[in-house]
Design a protein around this ligand. Structure first.
Ligand SMILES: Nc1ncnc2c1ncn2[C@@H]1O[C@H](COP(=O)(O)OP(=O)(O)OP(=O)(O)O)[C@@H](O)[C@H]1O
Ligand SMILES: [Mg+2]
Length: 329
């Protein structure tokens, strides 16, 4: 990903509500064409940040700019170029999908000569054409979400804010939204700011992610970069004919867990799979050689890469001081 133009910039951005600091000195730079994942538990400050970036709320300290504009003082100019899918979008229940798209197209000043074509394209892309003339109140949740997303895009915004776009959708609905997000991000350098709890979703869709906790940014980077930073070493799963002897580990850089047990294989009898943590991938061939020498038959060796979910829990453990579940080198 080429980080050529800065689209969203925050500097010590903060927002308090009484005694609650919903967003606490947030500093971020997000670039054109990025799908940026904004992760965090309930109440972490994700939605408040989206509101600040769109001028719906003003900051109590710090500043932000989106497309070079101040969201509070230049909010109307900004909103002509951004689209926001809110957490629980409400639809005009008594209007049809086609009517809603026309209504929003007129509100956003879409050229009337182009609006018919734009509505037709969106209805097609979002799989709504068959029911385009039925009222939105009769739609299923997945269709409602697709319509809300289509409505957000009517003026072809270059920056898109999606606040938990797949919450409450079934797996098919989630997959549809994921495909749309990928498609939308590939069109003309559009930047997408995606708030989500769903780590699988973030790993699949996002170029970079930020993790928020109680209003504060606690980690930021690519999913792979964060995984490497937070979880050193490699976890190996080895399918064999018998539990390997621990002697095979002598002299290898094995990572022990915090309970300080001896360096040892874990063993799952039902799948005949041994597990072990090594501090470097370079030690894998030596381990395989030692197992072969010990007369073990190896059917499969799989380095298990840490997922964004592992990273997320490692960050939580780090901040709560609970390191017991994760080996530390
Ligand atoms: N208008 C408001 N008035 C008072 N407190 C608010 C307001 N909006 C948000 N907060 C508080 O700010 C904190 C952050 O809320 P926010 O909605 O930004 O979190 P979130 O990360 O979007 O959470 P969720 O995952 O549940 O949507 C919470 O403690 C919330 O109660
Ligand atoms: Mg929220």
């Amino acid at each position: 990903m080429q980080y050529d133009a800065e689209i969203i910039q925050t500097r010590s951005l903060s927002r308090r509500f009484g005694d609650t600091t919903a967003v606490d000195a947030l500093t971020l730079d997000i670039y054109r064409g990025e799908v940026f994942g904004f992760l965090g538990h309930n109440g972490a400050g994700k939605t408040t940040t989206v509101r600040l970036l769109n001028g719906i709320l003003g900051p109590t300290a710090g500043s932000c700019r989106v497309l070079g504009l101040d969201p509070v003082s230049e909010g109307s100019a900004l909103r002509r170029q951004t689209g926001v899918l809110t957490e629980s979008p409400s639809l005009e229940e008594r209007l049809t999908a086609r009517e809603i798209l026309f209504l929003y197209g007129r509100m956003y000043g879409v050229d009337p000569d182009r609006l018919v074509a734009r509505v037709t394209v969106l209805l097609g892309e979002f799989g709504l054409e068959d029911r385009a003339d039925e009222v939105a109140g009769s739609y299923s949740k997945g269709m409602r979400q697709r319509l809300a997303l289509a409505r957000t895009l009517i003026h072809n915004p270059s920056v898109l804010f999606l606040d938990e776009p797949t919450a409450g959708l079934d797996p098919v609905g989630q997959r549809d939204v994921h495909e749309l997000v990928v498609q939308l991000s590939q069109e003309s350098g559009r930047t997408i700011f995606l708030c989500t709890h769903d780590l699988v979703e973030a790993q699949k869709l996002c170029h970079r992610v930020a993790v928020m906790q109680r209003g504060q940014l606690v980690a930021m980077g690519t999913p792979e970069g964060l995984a490497q930073e937070l979880q050193q070493g490699v976890h190996l799963e080895i399918t064999t004919d018998a539990c390997p002897p621990n002697d095979a580990l002598v002299g290898l850089p094995v990572i022990t867990d915090s309970s300080d047990r001896l360096s040892a294989f874990s063993w799952d009898e039902s799948t005949h799979t041994a597990g072990v943590w090594l501090s470097t991938r370079e030690a894998i061939p030596s381990l395989v050689a030692a197992l072969v020498t010990a007369g073990i038959h190896i059917y499969r060796v799989t380095p298990v890469e840490p997922t964004l979910e592992d990273v997320y829990f490692a960050i939580n453990d780090r901040s709560t001081g609970d390191h017991a579940k994760h080996p530390t080198p």
